[in-house]
Design a protein. Structure first.
Ligand code: NAD
Ligand code: UFG
Length: 337
């Protein structure tokens, strides 16, 4: 029997590449489309080194409707997993139109193309940011769209709404929205991991740069929050667990027209200071850091109630902070090779 063929947009990126590995290992035929804006084509060789399979790759920008159409005309995809997008919160405040054009424009092109070629299933990479400033634990019954502080977050909310509208209009279409918490870590092989182009903004990529000596020290944004040690707490999820969550979501999708929404996180918050300590312990070296003022827009705590994904997808995060640190270090060692 022919394998089910899945298209990953943004599949050479951080989460997409780990998901490609898990899908291939679960027996799917994976093809990747990416414009390589924030990733490298060499990731494809690393996926091959891990799985023995090099996914077919299309160097295509989602905003290029003609090229996108060519990809769909040649293939019979059962499902698209839509990772492609710009994701730097600060940059989105400076360049809102770039974010709306790329993330929303790109998604609309993709949905039009899917409709034209009768590809009726999509899994979308959303974010806990759609819950705005509500108090954690966050669950899927809570409202979305209020209190989002930046255009990046608003593109996630708007795309969720677009997907819901498309599901109403097209009875054959179904969408699974996955709201990620804070993905960190790397594949245990150390062959793929997070390697953002340009100056990173997120905690783990900055910790990695500090460990490499490329940034002198980590600035911890505030230690006067109402949390046990005063630093912010987040729901860090190992990227391999997150990738497996996509396989579970894919298996759970059926042909019915409906929208399904799942939070993907561990449900266990960890503070910035605890992350620093865990990294130092794993590396055997202290990580230079200092406390600075709060970062605008940060909430004290963001974590999920993981029950819905556990019950319906039969998926739960298995890996802990120690695994996240050890795998990140293995990835760093490979980068230094
Ligand atoms: P990433 O930047 O590593 O991967 C995204 C990929 O999309 C990149 O390879 C980039 O080149 C590609 N891309 C961007 N615009 C494109 C376009 N117009 N056409 C084709 N390719 C394009 O990011 P990631 O961390 O792997 O995130 C994947 C998805 O998950 C994104 O949608 C992101 O917003 C979402 N997400 C990420 C996080 C996180 O903390 N990493 C949290 C919540 C949600
Ligand atoms: N932090 C520091 N110093 C740094 C960077 C981060 O102390 O140099 C702290 C932040 O204050 C925060 C924690 O580390 O408490 C995590 O920060 P990140 O920037 O890594 O992640 P956020 O939780 O702020 O944001 C992430 C994603 C967003 C997404 C959001 C949803 O980056 O895309 O989760 O909750 F929208």
């Amino acid at each position: 029997m022919a394998k089910e063929k899945i298209l990953l947009t943004g599949g050479t990126g951080y989460i997409g590449s780990h998901t490609a590995v898990e899908l291939i290992q679960a027996g799917y035929d994976v093809e990747i489309l990416d414009n390589l804006y924030n990733s490298k084509a060499s990731v494809l060789d690393q996926i091959e080194a891990i799985t023995g399979v090099k996914p077919k790759f299309y160097d295509v920008d989602l905003r290029d409707a003609e090229m996108l159409d060519e990809v769909f005309a040649k293939n019979d995809f059962s499902t698209v997993i839509h990772f492609a997008g710009l994701k730097a919160v600060g940059e989105s405040v400076e360049k809102p139109l770039t974010y709306y054009e790329n993330n929303i424009g790109g998604t609309i092109n993709l949905l039009e193309c899917m409709e034209a070629h009768s590809v009726n299933r999509i899994i979308f990479s959303s974010s806990a940011t759609v819950y705005g400033d509500q108090t954690s634990p966050l669950d899927e019954t809570m409202s979305t769209g209020n209190g989002i502080t930046n255009p990046y977050g608003r593109t996630k909310f708007m795309i969720e709404e677009i997907l819901k509208d498309v599901c109403v209009a097209n009875p054959k279409f179904s969408a699974t929205i996955l709201r990620y918490f804070n993905p960190v870590g790397a594949h245990p092989s150390g062959l793929i991991g997070e390697d953002p182009n340009g100056r990173p903004n997120n905690l783990m990529p900055i910790i990695m740069r500090v460990a490499q000596g490329k940034i002198p020290e980590l600035s911890i944004y505030g230690n006067d929050y109402n949390t046990p040690d005063g630093t912010c707490r987040r729901d860090y999820i190992h990227v391999v667990d997150l990738a497996k969550g996509h396989v579970a979501a894919l298996k759970h999708m059926d042909g019915d027209a409906k929208v399904q929404v799942y939070n993907l996180g561990t449900g266990k918050p960890t503070s910035v200071l605890e992350m620093v300590k865990a990294f130092s312990k794993a590396s055997g070296k202290p990580l230079p850091h200092k406390i600075v003022g709060r970062r605008a827009g940060d909430l004290a705590e963001i974590y999920t109630n993981p029950k819905k994904a556990e019950t319906e997808l039969e998926w739960r995060a298995e890996l802990g902070i120690e695994d996240m640190m050890n795998d990140t270090l293995r990835y760093l060692e490979h980068q230094n090779d």
